[in-house]
Design a protein. Structure first.
Length: 733
């Protein structure tokens, strides 16, 4: 901040009046009056100082610079003037001159802690981090409780990768100012980089408790929660995770579902319920259990937005669903807890695409209830909301022929929106997509049919970049090694998403690259309609959707700066042919991101697919559920890894995982050959987690770009690429 105005060296009455205007926030009046008076007193350095301060507050930086320069000319010994000049020079980006000005202030006043602090900031802006740290330390010598200096010193140390020192600096700042949310957030980043993940989460949690609407802390919390398991209960953290999910754009719920479940299962009430369900086949009194579950809002939130990848919870929900159906006549139909839970259960079942198996008795009871509801509606009456919600947990409401006769009440509104209104919206959207060319390839036609029936994945929320980035920033964050830096100069990149599915990829990329224009294609109209609906819901405006086969993209007669195709080529008849088409659509020096299945990582999947083929199981919904149930009841150990996959817990994902009509798998040597044949240079992998683990045993910077090193790493860690290889490459001139 600018140094407090002092008027001792100026005519007292005149300056007092100007100072009053300044402190009242009347900056335009301050400037007007100061300029008038300066005509009479042109050498009054204090009036020039006031003029500079007022211009600074109006962000008139060049005018402020002129004024403060005049201050230092009129009174070269006025340390405050030099400090104020440094501030505006720094804001103007004239960092070297700003540092000179701060040095002048310090020469005049050796204990001028604020000038030291400001100079530290300027040095940090120049990326002279070690020098900045030393200057912050000097500021602290003269002002030991200078929490801002400790905080910025921590930031500089963090950038220098002196993480322990950075953490100590943040702690010192917080000991002086305990309500400093930004310090908790940045300390969390340093702790995470030191692999102190649970301490990092606690730091982010404290930041959010102090500042509940703090985007960076939510974003960092979402990243840190991914892939960890809690060992100690923390009720307060449950509330924070609930808020994180409520915000909708900071994390993909599926990415933290296992983490959140591990925290929930530490709750004594849920432990007790799960133990009880393990010991009984049928729940006699569901209301007692539902009342207990109602005290776990995080569980309800998760149930409503993503499939829950946990067999114990699945058993609990299946038994409750069956028990509520069986006891419908004896239950208190107006119970808020019951209606709330049944609504959430209906959303969970819809989101996992009714992957839960059901008994013959359930099937009969559902048909009876269906007929009763139909009869009630035919009599121009409305059924009890509980009946509607029970049926919605067995089949989507839009598939019941009476759904449009319902009067939508508060109790069924959320379920009706998700199960009727949104699917209806998607059906209308299907009519409006341009088509590049009729899809004729036999494998493409089969793949299209699979995704028309089961668009994949069904999702509610996702993680978006807080702020779109330039290409150069993205490539630096990913540690990509480019053959030609020209791509970094592209300001408005044209991006192709080849195989966009239900839109997660296209939307994430559109939000990732600044000023980008995205064309997203897919075979399936059902997938495109889902993607378009979510794009409109999120108010994303830089994506166009088109139905197209990768094989026909030459018809576009267009090249792109960036092409991304993840999880697509391995489902084509000839992946190399598809990759060649994409390469032809890429501009010289353009970037490409490709996602492919790993042969090593999918060995277990291959075994299970062979079993499916040998016993002749088809890919209908009923057959998939039946095989899935057989796996759950089996004692075979090779199924354990499948149970840990989130894909096991939704019907379309499981179909994609084990029952896909076409699948190829790759090895790193094969990928290396493809890249050479296509004239593409490997730039690095997308996943920061995999890269971090690789670097633990491959210390040299160039190792990241050596595919032979990566092959050795994968052989030592066969499931490293369990999701898939996601690699970036660049087209050679």
């Amino acid at each position: 901040m600018l140094e407090k105005i002092n008027h001792k060296s100026a005519p007292k009455k005149v300056v007092n009046a100007i100072i009053t205007l300044y402190h009242q926030g009347q900056f335009l009046e301050t400037i007007k009056n100061a300029q008038l008076i300066l005509e009479k007193y042109p050498e009054s350095f204090m009036l020039w100082n006031i003029l500079g301060a007022a211009n600074k507050n109006l962000n008139r930086i060049s005018d402020a610079e002129v004024a403060f320069t005049r201050v230092t000319e009129l009174n070269p010994t006025y340390d405050i003037g030099h400090n104020n000049l440094g501030i505006v020079l720094q804001e103007a980006g004239k960092l070297e001159k700003a540092i000179d000005a701060y040095n002048n202030a310090i020469t005049l006043k050796p204990d001028y802690f604020e000038a030291y602090y400001n100079m530290g900031n300027a040095l940090k802006d120049q990326n002279m981090l070690e020098e900045a740290v030393q200057i912050y330390k000097k500021a602290i010598v003269f002002k030991p409780d200078y929490f801002e200096a400790f905080y910025n010193m921590g930031n500089a140390l963090k950038e220098l990768n002196n993480l322990e020192e950075a953490i100590e600096a943040f702690k010192k700042a917080l000991s002086i100012k305990p309500d400093f949310a930004e310090a908790y957030n940045n300390m969390g980043i340093a702790l995470k980089e030191r692999s102190k993940i649970y301490e990092a989460i606690e730091a982010y949690n404290k930041a959010l408790l102090l500042k509940p609407d703090y985007p960076k802390a939510y974003n960092n919390m979402g990243i840190s929660l991914t892939g960890i398991i809690f060992k100690k209960p923390n009720k307060g953290l449950q509330n924070t995770i609930g808020s994180l999910l409520e915000k909708k754009i900071y994390v993909r719920p599926a990415d933290i579902a296992v983490t959140a479940i591990s925290l929930l299962k530490l709750e004594p009430s849920l432990k007790k319920l799960l133990k009880k369900v393990r010991s009984v086949e049928v729940i006699q009194n569901p209301l007692d259990i539902i009342s207990e579950l109602d005290e776990l809002p995080l569980l309800r939130k998760l149930m409503s937005i993503c499939p829950l990848p946990d067999l114990e919870l699945e058993r609990l929900f299946k038994n409750l669903r069956s028990s509520i159906l069986e006891n419908i006549l004896s239950l208190k139909k107006s119970s808020p807890e019951l209606l709330r839970f049944q609504s959430t259960l209906a959303l969970q079942c819809f989101t996992n695409e009714y992957v839960y198996s059901q008994s013959k008795d359930e099937e009969y009871a559902v048909s009876v209830l269906d007929n009763k509801v139909k009869e009630i509606l035919n009599n121009n009456e409305q059924p009890n909301p509980l009946k509607i919600l029970i049926l919605a947990s067995y089949k989507a409401l839009h598939k019941y022929d009476w759904c449009q006769s319902l009067v939508v009440t508060k109790q069924i509104q959320e379920v009706f929106t998700r199960q009727v209104e949104e699917p209806n919206q998607e059906e209308k959207l299907k009519l409006n997509f341009p088509s590049l060319q009729e899809i004729s390839n036999k494998v493409s036609t089969k793949v299209r049919q699979q995704y028309e029936e089961r668009p994949y994945p069904r999702w509610v929320n996702l993680c978006l970049n807080l702020k779109p980035s330039s290409i150069i920033k993205v490539t630096k964050e990913l540690q990509l090694k480019l053959k030609n830096e020209k791509i970094n100069e592209v300001k408005n990149p044209n991006v192709l998403i080849a195989g966009c599915g239900t839109g997660q990829h296209a939307i994430t990329t559109a939000a990732r690259f600044k000023s980008s224009k995205v064309l997203a294609i897919d075979l399936s109209l059902s997938s495109l309609a889902y993607a378009k609906r979510k794009t409109e819901e999120l108010a994303i405006e830089n994506i166009e959707y088109m139905q197209a086969d990768i094989l026909n993209l030459g018809k576009l007669n267009k090249q792109f700066d960036i092409i991304e195709s993840v999880g697509v080529l391995h489902h084509m008849d000839n992946p190399m042919k598809g990759w060649k088409v994409l390469t032809d659509c890429l501009k010289p020096d353009g970037l490409m991101r490709i996602g492919l299945y790993s042969e090593l990582a999918r060995k277990n999947i291959v075994k299970i697919r062979k079993v499916i083929s040998q016993i002749g199981i088809g890919s209908s919904d009923a057959e998939i559920r039946s095989f899935r149930n057989m796996m759950i009841d089996s004692s075979k150990k090779n199924y354990d890894r499948i149970f840990k996959s989130s894909d096991f817990y939704s019907l379309s994902a499981l179909k994609d995982l084990l029952f896909h009509v076409q699948e190829h798998r790759f090895t790193i040597p094969i990928i290396k050959d493809y890249l050479n044949e296509l004239g593409l240079k490997f730039c690095g992998f997308e996943s920061s987690k995999i890269v971090s683990r690789f670097k633990l045993t491959n210390k040299q910077k160039e190792d990241l770009y050596n595919l032979d090193k990566w092959q050795a790493y994968e052989e030592a860690n066969p499931i490293a690429f369990a999701e898939m290889y996601q690699l970036w490459c660049q087209k050679d001139n």
